[in-house]
Ligand binder design. Structure first.
Ligand code: FAD
Length: 409
């Protein structure tokens, strides 16, 4: 493998990480990193947080400096979108002209924002937030006193709402489900975040779908029409209704896909020469009975980058990791570990009223997942308890005066 060519398709978090890891682990062949964005690989999490608020610049988002790629002998093909993978010929075909041959291919094409098929979705000043260009445009549109409409109360929507408040904008969130974060967090956590946003001036409308967006005479969005007939005026809108895997090249190439490219714990696809990592994959989770999940998180992208590197270089497979995620809103640091799969009990440790607490999801006295707000020790210990599968003493766990080190049986 060491004299061969590894092509990485998608120069995002997973693609950038795997390129650097391959070199760190001693791969001496060619590495070619293809990405349709013009930028070198960068972190997306700050796009809805510190970057949107103007606290950090684009330079600080880069995973590695521009110079690194030259020094590490990694060939960048940026601003180059791939249009097909020819598995028989082992080449990636680029838009326009050109093709890139591979011995091994790593798909790291990520996910894209889901579109909302409502009338008016193509009006001016309607945004999505997936990449730097999106964040630039949104940042320019958010100003003190302007009213931002956020469609979708998921993490990106809530983070953007918090950032927009910090920038002095008015914010209204419309969420179709009965509560924000309905798909990704438990009810006590949703309630806590909704209350926290409302106390900071954000209007939240739940249980209401978007019927249409209305524009003014110049084609700029000026209101949202809800399915219960309400009209919400706005100057800017963000559509944040989740992501979809960019797996169409994989599907067209005949790789096994199921709402994402299906991979194993070595990040292998159904073609032995092709691997896939990051948001684009559907992957097994050994700590949850091998069930298949599609995760959109940086830790997942990094874990799969390690898996692919080990498999390609014939190194021992890395141990399975507990999935985790974080979100920053106002002065809140939320950290989530695990998946509350099959949990039979919820236990709250600490006081939501003090914005410092953790929700533990238990199954037979074993921690399945933890959602920690401004509570890093609970998050860290919870993550270890998920990995170890040890049973815990519920009375001790519920008592914040008992250290997290002492809660395991
Ligand atoms: P990406 O980083 O999206 O990279 C995929 C790349 O592939 C893109 O650059 C894309 O242009 C390129 N590409 C796609 N198709 C082609 C093609 N045909 N040809 C060439 N290039 C192509 N995760 C967390 O853990 N915590 C957070 O707080 C958090 N906040 C987030 C906030 C925002 C606003 C967003 C958008 C995401 C956030 N995430 C967060 C998710 C995290 O950023 C992603 O899980 C991570 O970037 C996934 O890495 P990836 O490489 O799979 O995809």
């Amino acid at each position: 493998m060491h004299s061969q060519t590894i092509v990485i398709l998608g120069a995002g978090h997973a693609g950038g990480a795997v390129a650097a890891l391959l070199r760190q682990q001693g791969f001496e062949g060619s590495i070619i990193l293809i990405g349709e964005e013009a930028a070198v690989p960068y972190q997306r999490p700050p796009l809805s947080k510190a970057y949107l608020k103007g606290e950090v610049d684009a330079e600080s988002l880069k995973l590695k400096s521009d110079a690194y790629y030259h020094e590490a002998g990694i060939t960048l093909r940026l601003g180059a979108a791939a249009k097909a993978v020819d598995r028989a010929a082992k080449v990636v075909l680029l838009e326009g002209a050109g093709e890139v041959a591979y011995d091994a291919l790593i798909l790291a094409t990520g996910s894209r924002a889901r579109k909302l098929p409502v009338p008016g979705a193509d009006l001016r000043n309607i945004h999505e937030l997936r990449n730097l260009a999106d964040a630039e445009a949104l940042k320019a549109a958010i100003e003190p006193g302007r009213r931002l409409l956020v469609i979708g109360g998921g993490y990106v929507g809530l983070e953007t709402a918090a950032s927009a408040r910090a920038l002095g904008a008015e914010v209204v969130i419309v969420e179709r489900e009965a509560r924000c974060l309905a798909r990704v967090a438990c009810e006590p956590l949703s309630n806590f975040f909704q209350d926290y946003h409302r106390a900071r001036g954000v209007e939240i409308v739940t249980g209401a779908g978007l019927e249409a967006l209305r524009g003014d005479a110049h084609g700029f969005v000026e209101a949202a029409e809800l399915d219960d007939g309400r009209l919400l005026p706005c100057d800017v809108a963000l559509i944040g209704v989740g992501g979809q895997p960019c797996d169409e090249l994989a599907r067209a190439a005949g790789l096994a896909c199921d709402g994402g490219v299906v991979v194993d714990l070595e990040a292998r696809t159904s073609d032995p020469a092709i691997f896939a990592i990051g948001d684009v994959t559907r992957r097994p989770m050994p700590l949850y009975g091998g069930r298949m999940f599609r995760l959109e998180s940086v830790p997942n992208a990094l874990e799969q980058a390690k898996q692919a590197t080990a498999a390609l270089l014939g190194l021992p497979a890395p141990p399975p990791e507990v999935p985790w995620f974080w979100s920053d809103q106002y002065d809140l640091k939320l950290q989530i570990a695990g998946v509350p799969f099959g949990a039979d009990e919820i236990l709250v440790r600490g006081d939501p009223g003090l914005a410092k607490f953790a929700v533990f999801h238990l199954k037979d006295r074993r921690v399945q997942a933890v959602e920690a707000v401004n509570a890093p020790p609970e998050f860290m210990a919870g993550r270890q308890l998920i990995a170890s599968g040890r049973t815990i003493d519920k009375v001790k766990l519920a008592d914040p005066a008992v250290s997290m080190k002492a809660v395991a049986d």
